[in-house]
Design a protein around this ligand. Structure first.
Ligand code: ADP
Ligand code: MG
Length: 253
């Protein structure tokens, strides 16, 4: 079975600062893959590399069997053109800590935007799907509301619906609940749990250890740009093998 994400020796530097120092990992189709680690350990950078927002400096990275950023012909690699990168990015949904909805558009218009603008879908088709997606994230009664009329948790659920509207094969979540008031976190995690149950492949950077334990299939602890420890979330969380993992978990659990 082809991995949905595969990283082999992935390095990424900004100037002379090396942020990713050789990441090896594999995410299987339908897997919920959780990534934890202290601030600055390179989690967001790694997600951004998967999503073509950063170029890696060394190593190889594949999404669904295809090299990120390059086309392979024989044993030669050719850099993808911007238009080719844009096509690949359509297949990957990303949800950030900050929801970044378009403030001048209603919830349903936010969800319709990319299918209409990027895929050239008709508004009628896009609207029908958008309404279904808003229902799926528990916001069918909020379709006509502007972001400013929604709570942070509701905005984040619109952001998830918006990412799903492109029918991605992979969803990346970068601390999707970190900016939310505690009482709003649960609804967002419930939506993510539902997605996981529907078989979506998800890479989730999170500090929600409960979610990682209950929903995650794999857990990776990153620190200083390397994978320190990985495995079944229950095992890693209850019986960490490395001192750095223990120290981190003692702070967050
Ligand atoms: P995390 O998400 O685990 O907190 P990040 O991937 O955001 O970590 O950042 C890892 C390191 O890379 C940090 O030291 C950060 O300052 C640095 N970094 C991230 N993006 C850039 C950038 N565009 N330019 C320079 N340094 C960056
Ligand atoms: Mg981050």
């Amino acid at each position: 079975m082809t991995a949905m994400v595969k990283a082999e020796g992935v390095h990424k530097s900004f100037g002379h600062i090396e942020v990713l120092k050789g990441i090896d990992l594999e995410v299987a189709p339908r897997e919920v893959f959780c990534l934890i680690g202290p601030s600055g350990s390179g989690k967001s950078t790694f997600l951004r590399c998967i999503n073509h927002l950063e170029k890696i400096n060394a190593g190889r990275l594949w999404v669904d069997g295809e090299l990120v950023g390059y086309r392979q012909k024989g044993d030669k690699l050719y850099e993808l053109k911007d238009s080719e990168v844009a096509l690949k990015r359509r297949d990957i949904g990303m949800v950030f800590q900050r929801f970044n909805l378009f403030p001048h558009m209603t919830a349903v218009e936010n969800v319709m935007e990319a299918p209409v603008q990027v895929k050239g879908e008709t508004k009628a088709v896009a609207r029908e799907r958008a309404l279904k997606l808003l229902d799926r994230v528990g916001l069918s009664d909020r379709a006509g509301n502007y972001p400013s009329q929604l709570s942070g948790g509701q905005q984040q659920r619109v952001a998830i619906a918006r990412a799903l509207a492109m029918e991605p094969k992979l969803m990346l979540f970068d601390e999707p609940t970190s900016a939310l008031d505690p009482e709003l976190v649960g609804d967002v995690l419930d939506v993510m749990r539902g997605l996981a149950e529907d078989g979506m492949t998800m890479v989730v950077v999170t500090h929600e250890m409960g979610f990682a334990r209950e929903v995650g299939d794999s857990l990776v602890f990153m620190d200083g740009g390397v994978v320190v420890e990985s495995g079944n979330p229950r095992d890693v969380l209850t019986n960490p093998q490395h001192d750095r993992t223990k120290a981190f978990l003692s702070k967050v659990l």
